[in-house]
Each structure stands twice: as C-alpha cells, then as structure tokens.
Design a protein around this ligand. Structure first.
Ligand SMILES: Cc1cc2nc3c(=O)[nH]c(=O)nc-3n(C[C@H](O)[C@H](O)[C@H](O)COP(=O)(O)OP(=O)(O)OC[C@H]3O[C@@H](n4cnc5c(N)ncnc54)[C@H](O)[C@@H]3O)c2cc1C
Length: 400
C-alpha cells in the first residue's frame, strides 16, 4: 500500500454514508488518493448496522410521511442503491427481494390512502391496492381478529430490505479494488481537524497527523461537533432520539408492513419488518424517545454529549414548544414508557395491534441490543426541530 503524505480527500466515518462516498470518489472521479478513518474495528458498527436500523430501502412508495416532491428525490436516490445491488449480484446478501405495503386501518385512513394512491401511482406505476380478501390470502396475520375496514397500497417483489453493513463493506471492497491509493484506517478516531494556511486540512488521530485537500465528515451525531469546532453551525444543536424494537417469537409477516403516518407526529409511524439478522422473524418498531446519548450501546462521552445538546435558552424554548403540543406530549410520554422493562410492551402493543390485531403481550420481547440513535437537528435561531430537512446537510457539506 502506498502511503500518501497528502490525500485528495479524507473521510471521517465508516458507516454507509462514508463508504458510499469512498466508493463514488474511487470509482467515478479522477481523485488519486482517499483515506477513510473509522474509530471502531469494523465498518458500520453504529447506525448503519442492521441491528440499529429497520433495514428498509426507502423508495418513497409506502412512506406516507413523504410529500410527492420528497418521494421523487428519494426514488431517484434509492435507485442508485438498488442498481448497485443488482449490478453487484448482491441479492440475498446486500439486499433482499420481498413484498411491501402501507396499511390503512379505519374509514378515514382508507379514504386517505385511496387518494394518495391516485397521486403516487404516477410516480410508482407498480403500486397496487390490496383489499381485505387479498390480505387474508397473502398476509393472513394482518386480518386475524380484525374488525375495522382496511386497505393496503403495496408492491410485489421489490428490494425492500438492505443490510447496510454489508453494503458499506461492499462499497469499501470495490473502492479498494480500484488502482487508486485507497486507505481504510480502522480503530483510528479523528480527534481534530485543522485548516492550514495553504488551504489543506490536517487530521489528528492517535497515530499522528494526516493531510488532505478536502475533508468530508460522515460521523453521525459527531459531524455537527466537528463543524462547530471549525467555526460553523453554532446555530444548531442536537436532540438525540433513540429508537428501539420488539421481536415477535414467531415469524408472522412475509412483507414489510408500514402504517399510515399521523401528520401531527414528528417521527415515522411504526412498522412490522421481517428481520434479515433473525431468520426473518418479525420486528416491530422503532419507538422514538429522547435519550442523553450519542451512541446507543457504547460508552457515554459526557463532554461530546453536552457539546451536542448545546442547551441554552433557545434550545430550551424548542423543548418547551414540543411539550406544549398535546399530541406530541402524549407521544413523547408513551414512547418513554415503552422503554420501561415489562410495562413497555403493554403500551407498545397498542401500535403493533394496528398491524396484527391478534397479537398478545406475551408474543413480544424487547429487542435487546437492537436500535440506534437518530440525531435530530434543532435550529436555535428559528426555534425549530428540523427533522431530517436538508438545510443543515447543505451547510455542513459546504463548510467541512
Ligand atoms: C432506529 C433507527 C431505524 C432506522 N431505520 C432506517 C431504515 O430502515 N432505512 C434507512 O435507510 N435508514 C434508517 N435509519 C437511519 C440510518 O440508520 C442512518 O441514516 C444511516 O445508518 C446513517 O449512516 P452514517 O454513515 O451517516 O452514520 P453511521 O452509520 O452512524 O456511521 C458514522 C460512523 O462514523 C464513525 N465515527 C464517528 N466519529 C468518528 C471519529 N471521530 N473518527 C472516526 N470515525 C468516527 C462511527 O464509528 C460510525 O461508524 C434508522 C435509524 C435508526 C436509529
């Protein structure tokens, strides 16, 4: 391996964002040297791990929290992933073909879904409407003990599930297979980024200093901390939201089953997913609750957490605004209770029964070791929770 004193690009973070960038730069640009630093011993040990996320390839067809405009963008971006998987011969390894649907329960949701179908079928011509009889035949658990009217909008045989850790590893393998100077540094945490007078950057790790013409930080919640240390993004803070899951003891669903979004709620509604790490047993979730951590199952770095929370009067105002809304207040409390051992599943089951009405509390077990952290961005100037809107990303990519 050739060691470069000055790299064209340095990437911080070996999750799916960092590795897809590594692959793109190695394969599709004229850059000659790229180094990626990952602080853990393997790629994708945090949110891109299949135990941390729901393994969904979001295409925008069954996500009723997306507008038409957002769905258009998501569809295009998802096609890059599915094309990569097909071209890499990655079915049943990187991605898995299954059925999927969004389920409307009750008259109101059914009529909203019919309306949505009329609009969204132009973008996703393969979508079908499935009535109760169809569901009884194809996904019998959805109809057992069901009394309310239902309608599903679904698709057959799509890449529904992606193992984002395997995808990250595959991106890295492909980048290494090029004839460029591609270096992956594991167990190497970047502790500081400095800009030099000549416009290049110095990255400090426990192994010394590395120089790069460009730096991209794909370090999850830590990205904002790096940006702020470099003088950018002080108007933002992080609200860390944890997400947990529950397993059923048996495999109950063949398809991914999403539920209709309550437009008043800030996080996506729960879904039932066949889990690729558990022989396709059904996993329900995620929940959404505030947790004072940046990494779900790793030690707490208090200094980083305090820096990320950035609590002052503006951030407090955003918290108070959230609590002032009764729907969000109920949602926050409910999700908090869902984390309490034994009691949690008694509350969670209400949501899960929307998918499988015959589900019993004893059928559910808390998915220990599963779940992750979703760092939500607070705009302190606008007193707003940004919830995945791209404004911060734009700021970060142009500044770090
Ligand atoms: C409960 C839950 C469910 C989700 N479900 C889905 C889903 O179904 N589909 C979907 O598309 N998305 C889902 N997501 C979101 C998805 O998991 C993330 O968007 C994605 O994994 C983010 O990838 P990333 O590479 O940005 O971050 P990460 O995967 O977190 O990677 C960041 C990497 O940076 C490394 N790092 C951090 N600091 C340093 C440093 N100083 N030096 C070196 N390395 C560093 C970390 O170790 C880590 O490997 C879900 C998230 C959660 C929490």
């Amino acid at each position: 391996m050739q060691i470069n004193k000055l790299f064209d690009t340095a990437i911080i973070g070996g999750g799916v964002a960092g590795t897809s960038l590594l692959y793109t730069l190695a394969e599709f640009t004229d850059m000659k040297s790229v180094v990626l630093f990952e602080k853990y011993e393997e790629l994708a040990m945090l949110n891109s791990n299949p135990k941390a996320n729901s393994q969904t390839l979001h295409v925008g067809d069954i996500e009723t929290n997306y507008t038409y405009e957002k769905a258009q963008k998501v569809k295009r971006n998802a096609s890059y992933v599915s094309n990569y998987i097909y071209n890499r011969d990655g079915l049943e390894d990187l991605g898995y073909v299954r059925d999927k649907m969004v389920l409307a329960v009750g008259e109101e949701e059914v009529s909203k879904l019919r309306e949505r179908y009329e609009t969204f079928k132009t973008l996703y011509p393969y979508l079908e409407l499935w009535d109760g009889d169809f569901l009884r035949e194809h996904e019998p658990k959805l109809m057992e003990e069901r009394t309310e009217p239902v309608l599903a909008m679904g698709a057959r045989e799509q890449i529904t599930t992606v193992d984002y850790k395997r995808l990250s590893e595959s991106f890295a393998e492909d980048a290494l297979a090029t004839d460029k100077n591609i270096q992956l540094h594991y167990n190497e945490e970047v502790t500081e980024i400095r800009k030099e007078k000549n416009g290049n950057y110095v990255l400090c790790t426990q192994n010394g200093e590395f120089h790069a013409r460009t730096v991209v930080v794909n370090a999850g919640a830590y990205s904002l901390l790096f940006a702020q240390e470099m003088g950018f993004g002080h108007e933002y803070a992080i609200l860390p939201i944890g997400g947990s899951f529950f397993f059923t003891k048996e495999k109950l669903l063949n398809a991914k089953v999403y539920t209709m979004q309550n437009p008043k709620l800030p996080f996506a509604a729960i879904h039932g997913d066949p889990d690729c790490t558990q022989a396709w047993h059904t996993r329900f979730g995620p929940t959404a609750f505030a947790l004072p951590k940046l990494e779900r199952y790793h030690s707490l770095h208090v200094k980083d957490l305090l820096h990320a929370l950035n609590i002052d009067k503006d951030v407090t105002k955003v918290y108070l605004n959230l609590f002032a809304d009764s729907t969000i207040r109920r949602y926050i409390l409910k999700n908090f209770i869902e984390e309490i051992p034994l009691v949690g599943k008694e509350v969670f089951i209400e949501d899960a029964r929307k998918v499988i009405p015959s589900l019993c509390v004893d059928d559910l077990t808390f998915a220990e070791g599963y779940g992750g952290m979703r760092p939500q961005i607070i705009d302190k100037q606008k007193h707003e929770l940004l919830l995945g809107k791209p404004r911060f990303q734009k700021m970060a990519s142009s500044s770090t």
